[in-house]
Design a protein around this ligand. Sequence first.
Ligand code: NI
Length: 162
Amino acid sequence: MAIRKIRQLGDECLTKVCKEVKMISPRTKILVQDMFDTMYEAGGVGLAAPQVGVLKRIVVIDVDDNPHVLINPEILETSGEQTGYEGCLSYAGKSGIVTRPNYAKVKALNLDGEEYILEGEELLARCICHECDHLEGIMYVQKVEGDVVDNADLYAEEEETE
Ligand code: NI
């Protein structure tokens, strides 16, 4: 188990278009394991390789105790719309409102180099789109509607309205 340092907004790794993975090597497998460890440790539901400083097209996602590895992911289809708060481990403690598709279908390779399809709705769809954006050097703050807020303020606001 190895926790890698999560790059924060302003780090140039987060602005680069990542390179396709040509060969899944033992190093790739270690990287993926480290990405899961790092994501779980930070309490996240998705992490892209550039967030740990590796400019490769690799994403890990786990929104419901179902871990997914997406290597060279390609979004094939999206539909619908959802608008809601979104955060990112590379902008710790903050959230902002982003509109995303409510459904996403993505094609990717797994760690054995086999192509598979992952489909998701709601949080999984949001996560697929958010993580794939990272591979293009795009942070959610570029898509945010209104202000980015501190999570502490967000929770306080929720308590007030309840
Ligand atoms: Ni992110």
